[in-house]
Design a protein around this ligand. Structure first.
Ligand code: 9MG
Length: 297
């Protein structure tokens, strides 16, 4: 039930809205309000928090802090996907990720694993991960099969090229139409492989083989991506397009990230992938109060 505008009688109108649910392993996440996914990189070289959480104890403490701050999910990545990053071996990725995952089995929110490797997906699901966040949209051979039989959620993201070279010369005719067509095709492929729609999330992949202009064009047109059906995830937090607009380095992009997060929700995003969970929850609370009229009480 959603509170609507005040009527002439002084009473409020109410509308019954059927909100969808994201199936995430043993979890069911209601999508009635925007969800916040907290980022945890157990890498030496991620663009924002690289090197800070390589120690298992530091990663563990960070994940629990993100939950305390209000994260609905935690996304753990053990291979950097920042522009220019080279891939890591399967062994290296597993050795960074698995001890952290094992230590977080008791976490009260779903853990998503940011990986493109089917072997990592399988190991992570075995260790309790409830979601796979794949910047390649399950295009690696074996990736569809690795997740299909499980009940985990999957984020299918768009990327032009690969992290090492993707920002060299991104080029589109119509970025929104091309990203939309790609994601619609990946949703169809995932469903045909047996991954139910209630397990799917789509993501235009801000910064992944896109110019700053492409990113803002996508943000402005997120509603067209949402027309595909599954909930849309937006990951703009601390990214360089925001730094370029605000003239700030990665550690100074909080205000720009919050602005982008609210704009993403207003244009149709249902999940925000962010570094600053508490601040994002506060910003979302202001948006929710504005939209529901709760601020009047
Ligand atoms: C891993 N990673 C980094 N940025 C991302 C984004 O914008 N979306 C998703 N799904 N994953 C991301």
């Amino acid at each position: 039930m959603v509170k609507g505008p005040k009527l002439a009688s002084g009473l409020f109108s109410f509308t019954i809205v059927a909100h969808s649910v994201l199936r995430c392993g043993k979890f069911r996440l209601a999508l009635g309000r925007p969800l916040v996914m907290g980022v945890l990189n157990v890498t030496p070289d991620s663009f924002s928090d690289g090197g800070r959480y390589l120690e298992r104890s530091a990663a563990d403490a960070r994940a629990r802090r993100l939950v305390d701050e209000g994260a609905d999910l935690i996304d753990i990545g053990a291979e950097s996907s920042r522009p220019g990053a080279a891939g890591v071996s399967l062994e290296e990725e597993l050795s960074r990720l698995m001890p952290v995952l094992e230590g977080l089995r008791d976490l009260t929110v779903p853990i998503s694993v940011d990986t493109t490797k089917p072997e990592v997906m399988l190991a992570a699901i075995g260790a309790g991960a409830a979601m796979v966040n794949d910047i390649m949209g399950l295009r690696a051979p074996g990736a569809l099969g690795a997740v299909a039989a499980s009940g985990v959620a999957v984020c299918l993201m768009h990327m032009q090229g690969e992290p090492r070279t993707m920002q060299c010369e991104p080029r589109y005719g119509d970025v929104v139409a091309e990203v939309k067509a790609f994601l619609a095709e990946r949703v169809a492929v995932a469903e045909a492989a047996g991954i139910a729609r209630e397990r799917l999330v789509i993501d235009p992949g801000f910064g992944f083989g896109k110019t700053s202009g492409d990113n803002f064009e996508l943000l402005r047109n997120l509603g067209r991506i949402a027309e595909i059906g599954p909930p849309v995830m937006a990951g703009l937090s601390r990214k360089s397009s925001l730094g370029a607009i605000a003239g700030r380095g990665p550690g100074e992009r909080l205000a720009a990230s919050l602005a982008a997060a609210l704009l993403a929700v207003q244009h149709g995003a249902r999940i925000l992938r962010v570094h600053d969970v508490r601040a994002t929850r506060d910003a979302l609370a202001v948006l929710a109060a504005t939209e529901s009229g709760r601020g009047e009480q």
